[in-house]
Design a protein around this ligand. Structure first.
Ligand SMILES: Nc1ncnc2c1ncn2[C@@H]1O[C@H](COP(=O)(O)O)[C@@H](OP(=O)(O)O)[C@H]1O
Ligand SMILES: [Mg+2]
Length: 279
């Protein structure tokens, strides 16, 4: 499917999606500050709060009115079958509140994720962290940016691996909650590395902005957890790849679960030669 089928430019969509992500962030903050989360447990045993639903509603009503011909696939959408979405040439892929467990734990590391997927690839992504009032955004051919509050937006890019005592030194970012033992195995050939943790899509933003070198995700995620971040990482010069080093795709299969994946910074480094990929 060609890009020109979209009825809007990516810069028009990006401008609106940033506004929408901040509105969703405000809806989340109202719940965060009220102490009335009303935590329920969903069918997949993940938690759901009033904030997830308030953010979902804010995003859907905004995007449906601004871009009526672009369908929305949100973590909190129900009843959309694969048969229906299979025919979509493009769609928004939305996680209204990524890091619900971090939200409940009150550690501030949660985000609103909105991506535009065209023909299976994320071409635009916005990640907004409401407590940090920080937005990461990117679109194809427009680069990746980070903006804190009302400060000037900075262009971001992945970094070249730093050296320590003559060896490459890696900053590895990992989930607080999932797959840490497997990460240690994956990194066993690194001469030196340090580990840092973040909730939600902020892990991928750390690689995109050149604060971390690799984020291995050896635990389950869904398409809305990665679509926006993949656009940002790629525009920042990095990669988000499956364990066989091929690309992740979106809205191409019935299951919305992602395979395990690697987020890689330095594009010049021989990651394939250095990582110990689990079976
Ligand atoms: N068993 C599972 N299946 C699918 N996704 C899972 C999962 N366990 C965790 N996740 C995903 O991992 C995300 C949190 O990752 P992390 O712990 O790295 O911050 C969750 O985002 P949500 O908070 O949006 O549900 C959820 O989507
Ligand atoms: Mg999520």
């Amino acid at each position: 499917m060609e890009m020109q089928q979209l009825n809007y430019s990516l810069s028009t969509i990006l401008e609106q999606v940033i506004i929408t992500s901040k509105k969703a962030g405000q809806a989340i903050m109202e719940v965060y500050n009220s102490d009335d989360f009303d935590v329920q447990i969903k069918g997949d045993e993940s938690p759901l709060t009033k904030a997830d639903l308030a953010a979902h509603n804010a995003i859907i009503s905004d995007l449906e009115s601004k871009f009526p011909d672009i369908p929305c696939l949100s973590e909190e959408s129900t009843g959309i079958t694969f048969e229906q979405r299979q025919s979509w040439p493009y769609c928004f892929v939305i996680d209204p509140l990524d890091g619900t467990k971090e939200f409940i734990a009150r550690n501030d590391e949660f985000t609103v994720n909105i991506a535009l997927v065209v023909a299976g690839k994320p071409v635009l992504g916005v990640i907004y962290a409401p407590v940090l009032d920080t937005v990461y955004y990117a679109a194809k051919e427009l680069g990746a940016h980070k903006q804190v509050g009302n400060e000037k937006a900075d262009k971001i890019s992945v970094r070249t691996l730093p050296e320590k005592e003559g060896n490459k030194h890696f900053t590895v970012v990992a989930s607080r909650r999932h797959g840490l033992d497997k990460v240690e195995t994956l990194c066993q050939n690194f001469a030196s590395f340090d580990l840092t943790s973040r909730g939600s899509s902020l892990k991928m933003c750390l690689v995109a902005e050149g604060s971390a070198d690799i984020y291995p995700r050896l635990a389950p995620t869904s398409e809305w957890d990665t679509a926006a971040a993949q656009a940002i990482v790629e525009q920042a010069g990095g990669q988000l790849l499956k364990l066989d080093f091929t690309e992740l795709t979106y809205n191409q299969k019935e299951s919305l679960l992602n395979p395990y994946f690697l987020v890689l910074g330095d594009p010049e480094f021989n990651w394939k030669g250095e990582l110990v990929i689990p079976e």
